[in-house]
Design a protein around this ligand. Structure first.
Ligand SMILES: Nc1ncnc2c1ncn2[C@@H]1O[C@H](COP(=O)(O)OP(=O)(O)OP(=O)(O)O)[C@@H](O)[C@H]1O
Length: 212
């Protein structure tokens, strides 16, 4: 499976050439970091990849052996804003979406416990999320994405609220779950980018490969 863009262009008001012909081709098993200056369009690109925005021209295609899949239905998100149900338990928050996607309860619960342990939240299953810190809540969102069977994982600053040690653990968990997914991570953190299999730099409307 591949996530491919073909000369994607996108403008926000006041940014007529924000994305000006972006080519991207990410395969299952690859994790791509997108870096670049603030305001260069990284979050916008992620929204286009996940089908939240439509490009002015060009296309985003999720290709499975020649069959085109509706990308928005195959994405799990880790966003900058932490999306949690504060009054529900940690485990409920991790399992949100898994049942809707058709995962059976036993499989989903077992995966959720593994994912919570991997992000350092083992044993917190029944705690209401409102009793956790912001960084802990962000780790719930990462565990939720790890439980999902969706083949595309799009993450926007997944470690933005975490200290360096926790960030490294969370990246371990995220990249383990990325082994059989197409993963795109927007980040300002060079250590996080270095963990990904490719680093692409967004600037002046284009993506360029960063050689290490
Ligand atoms: N809905 C919108 N309407 C108008 N302009 C927008 C909108 N969303 C974003 N922008 C502008 O488009 C530019 C790119 O925004 P985007 O959030 O994609 O950048 P970014 O590279 O992710 O930035 P950062 O690293 O600061 O998060 C910014 O100048 C932003 O102000």
């Amino acid at each position: 499976m591949r996530l491919v863009t073909d000369a994607l262009t996108f403008a926000h008001p006041g940014h007529p050439t924000l994305l000006d012909g972006v080519h991207l081709d990410v395969r299952v098993g690859e994790s791509v970091a997108v870096v670049g200056p603030s305001g260069s369009g990284k979050t916008t690109l992620l929204a286009l990849l996940g089908g939240l925005l439509r490009p002015q021209s060009g296309r985003v295609v999720l290709d499975r052996g020649g069959e085109e899949l509706p990308v928005a239905e195959h994405v799990s998100w880790v966003l900058q804003t932490v999306n949690v149900l504060a009054d529900r338990s940690v485990i409920d928050n991790v399992l949100v979406g898994a049942f809707a996607d058709g995962l059976d309860r036993g499989t989903a619960a077992a995966r959720a416990r593994t994912a919570l342990a991997a992000v350092g939240l083992g044993g917190t299953d029944e705690r209401p999320v409102r009793t956790l810190s912001g960084g802990e809540a962000q780790r719930i969102v990462i565990a939720r994405a790890a439980v999902s069977d969706r083949p595309v994982l799009l993450a926007d600053e997944p470690t933005g609220q975490l200290d360096q040690d926790t960030s490294a653990h969370v990246m371990d968990a995220l990249l383990t779950s990325a082994a059989d997914k197409i993963t795109v991570v927007v980040t300002h953190d060079t250590a996080v980018a270095a963990r990904c299999s490719r680093v692409l730099v967004l600037g002046a409307g284009h993506l360029a490969t960063r050689t290490r």
